[in-house]
Design a binder for this molecule. Structure first.
Ligand SMILES: C[S@@+](CC[C@H](N)C(=O)[O-])C[C@H]1O[C@@H](n2cnc3c(N)ncnc32)[C@H](O)[C@@H]1O
Length: 273
């Protein structure tokens, strides 16, 4: 019979780190506490609560949804099944956006498809002088983004709707960023692993994976000011196609940036003045 944390960790089929994260949630303690108290007797109710979380993980539910949290750019974000789980790759999109507005005072920024709000909130916190608007077609996702903005103290404007078809008014943005759904609807990975639990609308455009990117690039010139910059995240094999989209729609200085694995993951371009 399991009586202590040490015994529970040894018996768990989960990787040790995941089991520890679940125990942290059950006991509401930091990781160091688990190590210092691993021989303390556990209450039956605590063991029951842990087993319930462990069963969800064994059934495949992503750890971020079970915990309801995920770190991004050094900050802790609320995550629910209504939003994509933040990926470390997306930090490259934020870095690209921050570089794009480095020399612009009080920049106007638009984040299309904000999901949990990680990109918009991070840009607003890293550049407190920026005016940042975040949009999404999913009202549930926007509710999560609002909570994250509020919890982290970021002042954002929100609009609900299809890409540019929201209350954007006549503002011309200095920067448009987007991490749109870019997985081909026929990709078998959509039925595997964590992706099975994420909102389909956040993963795939229901077509070849470039449909959303085409709409975003095509619409950007009508919403960027002269010299404005568009930065988009895309799939590992889409960089060349995205660069030609940018060029076709009048962007200059078009270039793709590589993520930590060396994959071209983000493409940017500047609207010629
Ligand atoms: C890949 S997720 C990105 C979420 C978040 N920006 C991130 O990086 O974690 C794409 C987001 O685009 C939204 N979306 C999908 N189609 C859309 C559309 N036609 N108009 C606006 N938003 C859309 C989804 O609801 C989802 O939140």
């Amino acid at each position: 019979m399991i009586r202590t944390l040490r015994e529970s960790l040894a018996a768990s089929p989960l990787p040790r780190l995941e089991a520890q994260l679940l125990w942290q949630r059950v006991l509401d303690v930091p990781r160091a506490w688990l190590i210092a108290h691993d021989a303390d007797p556990l209450q039956p109710a605590q063991l029951d609560a842990y087993r319930a979380l462990e069963a969800r993980r064994i059934a495949g539910e992503p750890i971020a949804y079970i915990l309801g949290r995920r770190e991004f750019f050094g900050r802790d974000f609320l995550v629910t099944p209504a939003v994509l789980i933040p990926r470390p790759d997306t930090e490259l999109l934020v870095e690209c956006g921050l570089r794009a507005i480095r020399d612009v005072r009080a920049p106007c920024v638009l984040d299309l498809g904000t999901g949990s709000g990680i990109v918009a909130v991070t840009l607003a916190l890293e550049r407190p002088d920026a005016r940042v608007r975040a949009t999404d077609r999913s009202a549930e996702a926007l509710a999560v983004a609002r909570k994250n903005a509020c919890a982290l103290g970021a002042k954002l404007l929100f609009s609900h709707g299809n890409w540019y078809d929201t209350e954007l008014g006549s503002v011309r943005f200095d920067l448009i960023v987007s991490n749109p759904p870019y997985i081909d609807a026929r990709d078998a990975h959509l039925g595997q692993g964590d992706l099975r639990f994420e909102p389909p609308d956040a993963l795939t455009d229901g077509a070849d994976g470039l449909r959303a990117l085409r709409e975003i690039v095509r619409g950007a010139p009508d919403h960027l000011g002269p010299g404005g910059i568009l930065c988009v995240e895309h799939g590992w094999d889409q960089a060349a196609a995205v660069r030609s989209l940018f060029l076709r729609h009048g962007f200059a200085d078009v270039a793709s940036e590589r993520d930590l694995s060396g994959i071209e993951r983000v493409t940017r371009g500047c609207l010629q003045a």
